[in-house]
Design a protein around this ligand. Sequence first.
Ligand code: GLY
Length: 396
Amino acid sequence: MNKTRKFFALLFFVALIQTGRINAQPLKKVVNDAFDFAEQQSLIMAKKYEDQQGTLPKSFENGKDVSSDSRWWCSGFFPGSLWYIFEHSQNQDVLKYAKLYTDRVEREKYTTDNHDVGFMLYCSFGNGLRITGEERYKEVLLTGAKSLATRFDPKVGLIRSWDHNTEVWQYPVIIDNLMNLELMLWAADYSKDESFRKIAISHADKTMQHHFRPDYSSYHVVSYDRKTGVPHKKQTHQGTSDDSAWSRGQAWGLYGYTYLYRETKDKRYLAQAMHIADFLINHPRMPKDFIPYWDYDAPQIPNTPRDASAAALMASALTELSDFVDAQSKKKYMQVVETQIRTLASEEYTSKLGENGAFILKHSTGAYPLKSEVDVPLTYADYYYLEALTRLKKRL
Ligand code: GLY
């Protein structure tokens, strides 16, 4: 950064502090306060649905609670959030609810009609196992991994994401699907069955080959020819156009190749994650507070919603990525993370106690072009925010 840019960045930061949009407390206090608030808010949420068997929070729209059963791809995030809060505070009440809501997702271990099994089970049962060592959770995760593996076609070399729109897509794979590979890698380590790892690596490699553009932005949907395994369509579903950089998709990619490097130590994945990080951090339409608009190419920028979930995902991924890189890159990533966390923890993004449907964060965007979940709280924004806080706390 040259001197003038540094000066204006500093001026902007000071202005944010003065307007109360960024918390000027030490970062450690910001993190601890954020956890304290998350605990109180999430206990309100947990109690709200306690007696509604099978129900999980989904969002809060037009002043009303929106819930789902375990079939919704996000069912594992609220239990996962409770696990992160329990890990921080050891509050036994939170533990009780973490177990309760985790069990509500168990039946998804038999899901074979979509790719979201990894999201659903690894965030809930995966965290539960990591934190408590509960033996029973292992069977759930392994059964889930076997279900997910049924969606891998060796001719194509990837796990199929969706079964709908077959008249347009022969074999659709979305960038989000990278997130499900962590369950496969866990299953390989646990069961010693290397076929799980082969599936994960094949999927990661083909995604790297076909989902990314020369500038390291990514397509949302790549559909493959079922016979040849070659892409026949590259499109969007939740972004502004086929060629745009849909913000959450970019963050899924960053997060995916970061943990793939952690798990495999394959330097290609590290390079990929660093390239994606650079694309995002240096993007001309990345706001100064590093909370992305819902699509970096949305024509309405700056008059269009942000996506706090993409920021939370980025913060979590960059915190982990900073462990694997040179000192200069680490500093750059952690400055971004600090700005994101301070912004998300500020009044602008954090709810008030008991408000916003008892979600922690405001201002996420699910699918803007589908007019679905626009500028609302979402379970995965809260989940990756808490994960980012957890990772940050360990490094402070
Ligand atoms: N995996 C769906 C989404 O990111 O909206």
